[in-house]
Design a protein around this ligand. Structure first.
Ligand code: HEM
Length: 188
């Protein structure tokens, strides 16, 4: 970001928020300003977190920084959440576009018991991975059958297999967490 052209921290934040909101734009080339804004906001948040580590206090950034000090959060988690908070909670005006994060809904402890645990037999399982309402995923049944056949085939062919890398490496994503690859090995 060219900070010389910006007068106040509010201008900085506004510019960064506008950059992040490129995520919603349907235009080609939207990734460049988005990536730049994410980098700028992380750069902006880093000293705010640094000065709060070990300082004590109850403001939200201090709580996150304390989590990092205790090993609960990584530096990356603290910075992206601090960044998010710096421009969140805006007024929602009529006609504004909203983005909902299904991955977060699936971790709601008021709806799913132990939401952070992968439990393949979870019952009931009111997850939102295929969306909801009029735009509910058209391919949900096909996707379920495919998943069922893949998992059944693997279980029938290999008595046991294990992750080569645990935890696996994830794609950076705001919307759908997914693994870059999932190499497994099984005993000969
Ligand atoms: C595990 C695999 C899949 C997941 C997690 C998934 C997830 C989703 C989600 C969350 C939506 C709703 C998006 C929204 O509300 O705007 C959606 C919509 C849709 N999905 Fe899937 N999907 C999967 C597989 C598939 C497959 C295999 C097909 C087609 C063969 C498919 C076709 C569609 C279509 C056409 C829509 C748009 C429905 C509409 O807007 O009315 N999906 N999917």
């Amino acid at each position: 970001m060219n900070r010389d052209s910006l007068d106040t921290p509010t201008d900085d934040l506004r510019a960064m928020a506008d950059g992040i909101l490129y995520i919603n734009r349907g235009e080609p080339g939207r990734l460049r300003p988005l990536v730049r804004a994410v980098r700028d906001i992380v750069e902006y948040a880093a000293p705010l977190v640094d000065e709060r580590i070990g300082r004590g206090g109850s403001d939200f950034i201090t709580v996150l920084a304390e989590g990092e000090r205790r090993g609960v959060f990584t530096r990356h988690q603290v910075l992206v959440n601090t960044g998010l908070l710096l421009f969140a909670s805006r007024t929602i005006a009529k006609g504004d576009r909203l983005r909902w994060i299904m991955a977060a809904a699936n971790r709601d402890p008021r709806v799913l018991a132990d939401p952070d645990i992968f439990d393949i037999g979870r019952q009931p399982n009111p997850h939102l991975s295929f969306g909801s309402g009029i735009h509910y995923c058209l391919g949900a049944t096909l996707a379920r059958i495919e998943g069922q056949e893949v998992l059944r085939g693997l279980a029938e062919r290999f008595r046991r297999f294990e992750l080569v890398r645990d935890p696996p490496e994830y794609q950076p994503s705001l919307q759908f967490p997914s693994v870059k690859s999932l190499p497994v090995r099984w005993p000969a």
